[in-house]
Design a protein around this ligand. Structure first.
Ligand SMILES: NC(=O)C1=CN([C@@H]2O[C@H](COP(=O)(O)OP(=O)(O)OC[C@H]3O[C@@H](n4cnc5c(N)ncnc54)[C@H](OP(=O)(O)O)[C@@H]3O)[C@@H](O)[C@H]2O)C=CC1
Ligand SMILES: CC(=O)N[C@@H](CCC(=O)OP(=O)(O)O)C(=O)O
Length: 335
């Protein structure tokens, strides 16, 4: 049985982790923490998030001396800003904790990317090297079992890679034409305190960070090909829908595409593949799935992928990786 610490438990992602872990059969104890000066410290989590009423009433503890927490837990989930992870992950690893980091702090091996896209100098290249990237459907099961630091992919990179990876690995795309990804995220993607311009009144539907989004290098690194990534913010709370347009190699038929996806995903319980249809966003909200459909015309394919950014885009994927690492059935506590 495992003792768990969630750092950032009062945030959008932290709450979802707490819900899943509170019903997990391998978990004996959960500690929830927030920053040392948090206004939410010492309150029970159900006072902050009313949906947890009569479900979880654990206290939110201020992370004053992280070493004290580290001594008493086996597994830590970081659901905080990447700067917090960058500072504290090494300490928890030094206490032999297994760390699942949901921030972007350890997802890419090249430290220069952090200077360019995250605006800070990465100080732990050895951890960038030793971390494993937890895109659950593609992670090497034997490798993840050996690793102490699991970097959970970003929300957009999860949806986009689920849509593209089988086609890239099977060499079905004509890469003289870069895949163009238009993706729309709900506002919860920006955390519980979004800047004013991202509030639902101000947003409507707007593209942002074109050619500059930090998920661009993450996607290209792990997918292995360049893409055009156009992120948009929509004035709804949860969910990501990615519409991906690509050119196929000559003579690739629709049936071949379906068979390719089927080969990769038919034994992956959290990917729901549509045969003659495309998914919609509402059907995945509150659920741990990533839904995938496509349509072809001549040499073009349009792929549509949907997920809940807080679940398959964050918390449920972290639990999926936790299940794989600790030898549970992949969907334990998720469905
Ligand atoms: N939202 C999303 O869709 C996704 C988010 N992620 C990543 O997951 C992480 C969490 O995101 P999200 O839940 O949206 O963020 P939120 O802003 O909603 O929550 C952040 C949490 O961290 C706490 N916190 C802040 N500073 C510290 C600190 N120094 N020590 C301990 N706790 C701290 C906050 O509480 P307090 O400030 O009161 O201390 C809060 O509980 C981020 O790295 C994000 O990039 C990844 C994929 C998707
Ligand atoms: C809508 C919105 O603002 N989304 C965030 C991405 C979500 C996220 O948390 O990304 P990381 O896990 O990589 O930090 C953004 O575009 O920056």
């Amino acid at each position: 049985m495992l003792k768990i610490l969630i750092i950032g438990a009062s945030g959008y992602v932290g709450v979802e982790l707490a819900i899943y872990l509170s019903k997990h059969p391998k978990v004996s104890n959960i500690t929830l923490s927030v920053s040392k000066n948090s206004k939410d410290a010492h309150f029970t989590i159900d006072k902050i998030h009313k949906k947890l009423k009569n479900i979880i009433n654990l206290k939110l503890e201020p992370l004053i001396k992280p070493e004290k927490f580290a001594k008493n837990v086996d597994v830590v989930f970081f659901a905080t800003d990447h700067i917090v992870s960058h500072t504290l992950v090494p300490l928890f690893l030094s206490y032999k904790c297994i760390v699942f980091d949901l921030s972007g702090a350890f997802r890419i091996k090249k430290k220069e990317i952090y200077t360019q896209f995250y605006n800070f100098q990465h100080q732990h290249p050895e951890l960038l090297n030793s971390a494993i990237y937890g895109l659950a459907e593609f992670v090497n099961v034997n490798e993840i079992k050996k690793k102490s630091l699991i970097a959970i992919p970003g929300c957009y990179p999860t949806a986009i890679q689920i849509g593209l990876k089988p086609l890239v690995l099977s060499n079905l795309l004509d890469l003289n034409y870069l895949p163009v990804v238009n993706a729309i995220s709900g506002i919860s993607g920006a955390g519980k305190n979004p800047p004013f311009k991202n509030s639902s009144c101000e947003t409507g539907l707007t593209p942002y960070k074109l050619f500059q989004h930090r998920h661009q290098p993450e996607i290209e690194t792990h997918l292995g090909i360049p893409i055009i990534f156009n992120p948009h913010l929509g004035s709804f709370c949860r969910g990501i829908i990615a519409t991906i347009t690509c050119r196929l190699k000559k003579k690739i038929q629709k049936q071949k595409i379906f068979q390719t996806y089927y080969n990769y995903y038919s034994n992956k319980p959290l990917i729901r593949l549509y045969e003659d249809n495309i998914p919609n966003l509402i059907s995945v909200i509150g659920l741990p799935f990533c839904d995938l459909g496509f349509i072809t015309k001549k040499q073009y394919i349009v792929i549509v992928v949907t997920e809940d950014n807080l679940l398959k885009g964050a918390a449920s994927q972290a639990i999926q990786c936790f299940n794989i690492k600790f030898g549970s059935i992949e969907t334990t506590s998720l469905i």
